[in-house]
Design a protein around this ligand. Structure first.
Ligand code: SF4
Length: 391
């Protein structure tokens, strides 16, 4: 099935992180159009390229060089095509290759396989990017083209659902007891692996079964949650999310005049979603105003206007004819940023050619969540540093 044409079940695997937490969300979302962003369409294109590469490598006899080149050339005609997609999909393929080559015998490889999830989710199915089966293991690979958030494989409901589908498909043919899951996110150099036992996976399946039975009926409790609400189509209008955020922002009661550092940490965590919610609400209220509806207390106006050339070449030509110097007054010569040059040259070539001219300066201190992988910093002088300075 083409990536763009993949049908979406009401309870999709990719939305499982939402409907498993907030079971009525799937039904509520049905009222809103499923709009796809440019980033999502770009991701679809990259997935199509990745699929061709994996197919060509593992099934060369059926999908040889000629077929592969014709299909890739077709993708290159897409307006969202970017050459960097080649590099990122190569990294994905490389990961699969290394996994397969490190095994004692060749694995069974399924690419873009539609997996039946109906044992757990009514009419449920999912399409895994790649599944390998070897020995007592079923291994699910998920290629992610996004670069906004690191996605981890541990307890990830989307890949666990693919794993359930894959397990169910191959359990009669292979003695599967071990479940391996890998998420490959090449644009941010992120690979996340996780494994669990068959029993753990099946326990998860039972939990899914219960939640899916509620979700398909639109029943259960609304459960606003930063992760769950982020891409929910009801996020601007959902009452549960609205009440939850208003409560977080204003419901503070009788407390001492100064807040403690413990409270600051807690509040910063809580207010994160309030800020996001306010933005979603503003966007929706603006679209309502523009549609001619009245939003009490608010109106839509024209933002600050900008000026632009109607024909820059003709305008510059005219200015030059009046004696304006193009080099000094019309154009400036600016070097590209380090990241832009690296992108143009390629990571490896860049490092080999000019790596010696690069120094890494520490970034400005930034407050992030405790779960962030970077090491914590402090201004406090350690005993070791003080001793060094004294000497
Ligand atoms: S916005 Fe949040 S709380 Fe509301 S339905 Fe969606 S996921 Fe549930």
């Amino acid at each position: 099935m083409g990536h763009a044409g993949r049908a979406h079940a009401l309870l999709s695997a990719s939305g499982a992180h939402r409907w498993l937490v907030c079971t009525p969300s799937a039904k509520l979302e049905e009222q809103f159009p499923d709009s796809t962003s440019e980033a999502a369409r770009e991701g679809t294109l990259a997935h199509e390229l990745a699929e061709l590469k994996v197919r060509h490598y593992f099934y060369t006899t059926d999908f040889g060089k000629r077929k592969y080149t014709t299909c890739v050339n077709k993708l290159k005609k897409d307006e969202l095509w970017k050459d960097e997609m080649e590099r990122y999909t190569d990294e994905y393929l490389e990961y699969l290759k290394v996994t397969a080559l490190n095994l004692t015998s060749a694995p069974y490889v399924a690419i873009e396989q539609k997996l039946d999830l109906s044992v757990w989710i009514p009419e449920g199915f999912g399409t895994a990017d790649c599944v390998m089966v070897y020995g007592n293991t079923v291994h699910v690979f998920d290629f992610k083209y996004g670069k906004g958030v690191h996605v981890d494989a541990e307890q990830n409901p989307q890949v666990m659902l693919y794993a359930l589908g894959a397990y169910n498909t191959y359990k009669m043919l292979y003695p599967i007891t071990n479940i391996q899951m890998t998420i490959i996110q090449p644009r941010i150099d992120h690979v996340s692996e996780w494994s669990c036992s068959r029993e753990e996976l099946l326990d998860f399946g039972e939990e899914v079964k219960e939640k899916a039975a509620l979700a398909i009926e639109g029943k259960g409790e609304y459960h606003p949650d930063e992760k769950a609400c982020r891409f929910c189509r009801a996020k601007a209008q959902c009452r549960a999310r609205s009440d939850y955020n208003v409560k977080k922002a204003f419901d503070i009661g009788e407390l001492p005049p100064l807040i403690s550092v413990e409270e600051a940490g807690k509040r910063l965590l809580e207010l994160q979603d309030v800020v996001k919610y306010q933005k979603d609400l503003q966007e929706w209220a603006l679209s309502e105003c523009l549609a001619g509806k009245e939003v009490p207390g608010w109106k839509a106006v024209e933002g600050r206007s900008t000026r632009d050339w109607t024909n820059m070449d003709d305008a510059f030509e005219k200015l030059i004819s009046t004696g304006v110097s193009p080099e000094e007054m019309l154009y400036e010569k600016k070097p590209l940023t380090l990241a832009q040059v690296e992108k143009m040259v390629g990571k490896k070539e860049f490092q080999e050619a000019v790596g010696e001219f690069i120094e890494k300066r520490p970034g400005k201190p930034t407050l992030v969540k405790e779960s962030d992988k970077r090491e914590a910093i402090t201004n406090r002088v350690t005993a070791e540093q003080a001793f060094k300075e004294e000497n």
